[in-house]
Design a protein around this ligand. Structure first.
Ligand SMILES: [Zn+2]
Length: 460
């Protein structure tokens, strides 16, 4: 009897369930020889806004029911938890997915893990795990669900079925951000996550790019947040944000207020340095103090300890009793009361302080009574539209208190020319643009760019 050799040709499939033609919401499924792995599972900006707005939100009590009604999440078998599926037509099945990898702790990369079956392991950086823990502990509305978390660091190689995943650190506007090199039967894929090359740890991004180049990747899954025709919004490097803010603080005898994204710890560090170099102290919220207290354990990040560092003060809002009693505050807030300052202290010493103030906490300014001629540094993205209501309200407050406005921000993302240089260096065989509103623009900088449709499987 003749011997028949059957050569099995494995194919690697890639499907984008989010992040296609939109910023954020990355949900990238990779399938190889039976292994099925998601990379990121986030919520896009502007998620569900055709059907939900303001207080009209999907009901938690209905699990995924309200989301499926409007096709806001993919109806995939063996992915979601039993309780999330109770009021949907999708029957619960035991997990048909092997792992979910998270690149970093921004909500547009992690938020929808709350729906996942807890049996599916979630791999994430050790720092990302800390961020998720902090968010759940300090913000009542933030829930990520129960998971078997597995933490990794750069240098680890994680085997899932026949796939091997190597996380490599990158610089982004949050600590513990990673790109991935994914070794499959069809070759190596590189996934950038979110990254930049103008931040304080650009060496980490350079390391990722060099490693990706060495792998001669069959595909690059590449973020493109700043892939736009003309960049109208002003962007500085992190170093410039610090030095320009430093000039403001050093040359003023009035208060300096600053607002930035709560998880951007490079920006916290910049303002901490600004305060120190201008002979001021920095005033932070208990939430930032709590996050710092978690991160000080990681020596590679070298953050000041909010309990011990003499240049860090913690602002406690007054409660009805007016006494600043510890019982009036959440348990997690109480650890920094040795560094407590209230509105009286800030009012009297404002010229010696750099004060973190979030837009939602602006009412504290009524108590602080800033002297006219003080400064307000807006260290976040500029508004997307000139009619932005929050922006108008912010300026009304600043005008009311006579505070001078400064826009000083460093983006967490590579710009268009940096993207081109990065893609040229890595020189992948295929490019899948994600996390961008302008995937078609990638074609102008490289011919190997694929046009994708959300939910459609592509074979490598
Ligand atoms: Zn991000």
């Amino acid at each position: 009897m003749p011997l028949i050799w059957i050569r099995v040709v494995w194919t690697v499939k890639i499907t984008f369930y989010g992040g296609v033609g939109e910023i954020g919401g990355n949900k990238i499924l990779l399938e190889d020889r039976g292994a099925r792995v998601f990379f990121d599972f986030g919520q896009p900006f502007g998620f569900g806004t055709d059907f939900f707005t303001g207080w009209l939100m999907p009901r938690a009590i209905n699990g995924l029911g309200d989301y499926f009604e409007f096709d806001l999440l993919p109806k995939l078998k063996g992915l979601y938890s039993r309780e999330q599926l109770v009021s949907t037509s999708l029957a619960y099945e035991n997990p048909l997915f092997d792992a979910v990898f998270l690149s970093h702790a921004h909500f547009d990369h992690v938020q929808h893990i709350e729906f996942l079956d807890p049996e599916i392991p979630v791999y994430l950086g050790a720092g990302t795990r800390l961020f998720l823990e902090c968010m759940e502990e300090t913000s009542g509305s933030c829930k990520y669900g129960d998971h078997s978390y597995q933490t990794f660091r750069t240098g680890d190689e994680i085997r899932v079925g026949d796939m091997t995943v190597e996380p490599v650190h990158v610089d982004h506007s949050i600590p513990a951000a990673y790109g991935f090199l994914i070794n499959t039967s069809g070759g190596t894929l590189a996934y950038t996550g979110d990254l930049r090359v103008h931040g304080p740890r650009k060496d980490m991004t350079e390391e990722f790019v060099a490693r990706a180049e060495q792998c001669d990747p069959v595909a690059l899954i590449c973020e493109g947040t700043r892939m736009v025709e003309v960049e109208t919004r002003k962007n500085y490097s992190e170093h410039e944000v610090e030095s320009l803010s430093g000039e403001i603080a050093s040359s003023s005898d009035k208060a300096v207020f600053a607002t930035h994204y709560s998880r951007d710890m490079d920006r916290f560090r910049s303002f901490y340095n600004v305060a120190k170099k201008s002979g001021r102290k920095i005033v932070i919220s208990p939430k930032t103090a709590y996050l710092l207290s978690k991160l000080v354990g990681d020596k590679s990040l070298s953050f000041p300890d909010p309990v011990k560092d003499q240049d860090v003060l913690v602002y406690y809002k007054r409660k009805k009793s007016g006494k600043f009693d510890d019982k009036d505050y959440f348990v997690w807030e109480r650890g920094f009361m040795n560094k407590m300052v209230g509105h009286d202290y800030v009012r009297k010493n404002q010229h010696e302080l750099v004060i973190d103030v979030d837009f939602n906490q602006f009412a504290e300014l009524v108590d602080v009574k800033p002297e006219r001629g003080g400064h307000f540094i807006h260290s976040m993205s500029e508004p997307f539209s000139e009619e932005d209501l929050e922006d108008q309200v912010m300026h009304n407050w600043l005008d009311h208190f006579g505070l001078r406005f400064h826009q000083l921000h460093a983006s967490g993302h590579v710009n268009k020319s940096q993207l081109k240089a990065m893609i040229d260096q890595i020189n992948p065989k295929n490019i899948f643009p994600v996390h961008t509103e302008n995937p078609q623009m990638f074609k102008k900088i490289n011919k190997k760019v694929k046009t994708m449709q959300a939910g459609k499987a592509y074979t490598l």
